[in-house]
Design a protein around this ligand. Structure first.
Ligand code: 3CP
Length: 706
């Protein structure tokens, strides 16, 4: 009989097996993950589900009692098409709705506005009037279906339309069940679909808390979102810390505006991304619940429901690839399992084609069935928090709680999240993490199957959905006209005037907007009435420096590129210049920031174009800055309209010599169209930035060795 092996015995044996190699893995969060965890790594008892601090779940019975809500985020083109899509999905097993709006709607513009020609109906449904909203939910009883709406910028008109759509269906607002995203801080940080400056934007949120807590007891007044931070490149630790800190800030604003914390806090909800680091994601959701309980206790909440973090999750969009796209089904399945093992309340699983387009019926079915199979075939729902007690998961949970707490304390020391966002350091931190990740992927250190390893020689393009946005825009414009002709103009203008006055004073904006919606004011009119007092917010991108280049120290390909840029500089008699242009209402700036960062590190003079330019404005900036190349970044499907228009303006100005390249979410099916329009190079998802830079130098006439 031998003695029981000790940890030292294990260490000796393992070291022998791997010949002394270090098996510790440093994650992007800076956590050193060891190859083995034991009871010695866990210091806290996670307690029981349904009890504070809810580490193991907010409900005692969790999915054994009721599985999470299968809630697929969708919306495209018209209200009619989206309504038909919802009804098909509900008939096939989906349980809750989640509406995606187009970018024109997000930014408070009606479909007939000249700034949104490329955006209408593209990445979501176009909603201009209460009539659109009624069609969207036609035949879907709003007293029985919980509806989530991802809306932040134009949150007041959209929520007003929703309330009036319910009213006109015979459902009083007290019975409306659902969630509005309404999370503006992360918009200023990463997503950019804001309309107004931070201060009035925060007031809007408090007004919504006040109105919904008084009138809509079943409605979740906010979905405090980390999702977009991870999509923008944040580590899970950053996502966790900044999301909880955002939540704290909202609660403080609500309390400062005179609300009783326990009156509104129970209807705050959260939203996280679930990426491919499986155990880290499980631990992140558990840590989030612990942190929220701690924060809310500190802020003075008494009711346990105020301290319960309930969340929606979505599998990660950035983890999906255009290359070998069926791998995305596996990725999404793994991520869905992490979300459910972490204890989510509601889940969206991405479709396999989501890296390049909106889902088709085919891809949406696989995505939905991924959840149904987990819920109904695997038995995984039968046990509450089955990973509870795993040494590794418990240890990671503790480390994430501690790591996030440090960041939260820094935020608090510096005056809270609104101030931190204004100072810009959370965004810079996320962009640094994003640049570091991109460099690891390009160097093959982080493996992406089918992209930087095991890549197929030939890709077979898959069928994708293409929205004819000209047709959608025409249809929307016709409906706006019809609504305006049919309304009582004087009553509508009076309601809008009252809203304008309310924005200048202290009245509840949502309450006033509900009147505007009843009087058939459009989304653009309601937004403009508030804009008159608040103004429209704009920022200039500030790409990070040195992170991407720093990762390439002593790398021959990088050095070659730097030499190529220097040679081009000598030939031109000045540094080569590039405008990184963002046109249309697409605020996804991760790709643009990365490109600006990398070309800056290589020695280009980069002009980071402001967000939301029209093609004409981008052309004027290109001419004024006398650039050699314009890189147009498009992630929201506006490329076929906006980029050809930009090229037209450059040609009209006699500068057809300025090279235009395109990057972002551009499906292979559109390449010929864009090449014919004059685009000289296209860089789709999964592009290796080093190779892209080599191509750009060749375009600028440098004899870049292959
Ligand atoms: C739940 N319930 C239970 C149990 N579990 N009752 C008894 N036993 C159980 N085991 C009850 C709950 O208390 C609740 O009732 C009801 O069942 C519904 O459950 P839920 O857990 O609250 O679930 P749900 O209604 O789906 O709400 C989930 C949250 C909500 C709270 C997270 O906010 C939500 O649906 N969020 C979705 C957000 C979303 O879709 N976002 C899309 C982003 P009571 O309410 O009466 O307590 S898409 C963005 C994409 C990227 C982009 O932005 O561009």
């Amino acid at each position: 009989m031998t003695d029981k092996p000790t940890l030292d015995d294990w260490q000796t044996l393992a070291a022998k097996e791997v010949k002394g190699a270090d098996l510790t893995w440093r994650t992007p969060e800076g956590i050193d993950v060891k190859p083995l965890y034991t009871a010695a790594d866990v210091t806290t008892d996670p307690g029981l589900p349904g009890f504070a601090p809810f580490t193991r779940g907010v409900r005692a019975s969790m999915y054994a009692g009721r599985p999470w809500t299968i809630r697929q985020y969708a919306g495209f083109s018209t209200a009619e098409a989206s309504n038909a899509f919802y009804r098909r999905n509900l008939a096939a097993g989906q349980k809750g709705l989640s509406v995606a709006f187009d970018l024109a709607t997000h930014r408070g513009y009606d479909s007939d506005h000249p700034r949104v020609t490329g955006d209408v109906g593209k990445a979501g449904v176009a909603i201009d009037t209460i009539d659109d909203m009624k069609i969207l939910f036609d035949g879907i009883p709003l007293d029985q279906m919980s509806v989530s709406m991802t809306m932040n910028g134009a949150v007041i008109p959209i929520l007003a339309f929703f309330i009036v759509a319910g009213e006109e269906q015979g459902v009083p607002m007290a019975q409306l069940d659902g969630t509005i995203q309404n999370d503006i801080l992360k918009e200023f940080m990463v997503r950019n679909t804001y309309i107004y400056p931070p201060e009035p934007s925060m007031r809007i949120i408090s007004d919504i808390f006040a109105f919904t807590s008084a009138n809509m007891p079943k409605f979740n007044s906010i979905s405090i979102s980390g999702y977009h931070m991870q999509e923008a490149g944040a580590t899970q630790l950053q996502e966790l810390a900044f999301t909880i800190a955002d939540g704290m800030e909202y609660v403080k604003y609500g309390v400062a505006s005179g609300l009783d914390i326990d009156k509104f806090a129970g209807r705050l909800s959260f939203f996280f991304a679930i990426g491919m680091n499986f155990f880290m994601e499980v631990a992140k959701l558990r840590a989030a619940r612990v942190l929220w309980h701690r924060v809310m206790t500190q802020l003075g909440a008494q009711d346990e429901r105020s301290k319960m973090l309930r969340t929606h999750c979505q599998t990660s969009g950035v983890s999906l690839t255009e290359q070998d796209p069926y791998n995305n089904v596996m990725r999404t399945t793994i991520e869905a399992m992490a979300a459910m093992l972490g204890g989510t309340q509601s889940l969206h699983t991405n479709a396999l084609d989501e890296a390049i387009a909106l889902p088709t019926d085919f891809s949406a079915r696989i995505a939905r069935n991924t959840q149904i199979v987990i819920q109904e075939e695997t038995g995984m729902t039968k046990v509450v928090d089955p990973l509870g007690g795993s040494y590794y998961v418990e240890s990671l949970t503790e480390q994430l709680v501690d790591g996030a707490w440090e960041i939260i304390e820094r935020v608090e020391r510096e005056g809270g999240m609104a101030k931190a966002v204004a100072a810009g350091w959370p965004k810079a931190m996320i962009e640094e993490a994003s640049a570091a990740r991109a460099a690891r992927v390009d160097r093959g250190e982080d493996v992406i199957v089918g992209v930087n390893k095991y890549r197929k020689a030939d890709e077979d393009p898959i069928d994708i959905l293409d929205v004819d946005n000209h047709a959608v825009r025409e249809a929307q414009i016709a409906r706006i006209r019809k609504v305006k002709v049919g309304r009582d103009e004087a009553a509508c203008q009076a309601a809008l005037e009252a809203l304008k006055a309310g924005a200048a004073g202290k009245a509840n904006l949502l309450e006033l907007a509900v009147d505007c919606a009843r009087q058939r004011a459009t989304l653009g009119e309601i937004s403009s009435a508030m804009e008159a007092g608040f103004g429209r917010y704009a920022t200039v991108p500030t790409p990070v420096k040195g992170i991407y280049g720093g990762a390439y120290e002593n790398d021959a390909r990088w050095d070659n590129l730097v030499a190529g840029v220097a040679a081009t500089e000598r030939r031109l008699g000045r540094k080569p210049r590039m405008l990184v242009a963002k046109m249309g209402q697409d605020g996804h700036d991760r790709g643009a920031n990365l490109v600006s960062s990398m070309f800056g590190d290589l020695g280009f003079e980069v002009v980071p174009g402001p967000l939301f330019q029209t093609p004409r404005e981008a052309a004027v900036l290109a001419l004024e800055s006398d650039v050699d190349v314009v890189g147009a970044s498009s992630l929201a499907a506006g490329h076929k309209t906006l980029i050809p228009e930009l090229i037209g303006h450059l040609r009209d100005a006699g500068r057809a010599d300025i090279k235009v390249i395109a990057g972002g979410v551009i499906p292979a099916q559109d390449y010929d169209f864009l090449h014919d329009a004059g685009v000289q190079a296209i860089f789709g998802p999964g592009t290796n930035l080093i190779k892209a830079a080599e191509d750009v130098l060749r375009l600028l006439g440098h004899n870049m060795p292959p």
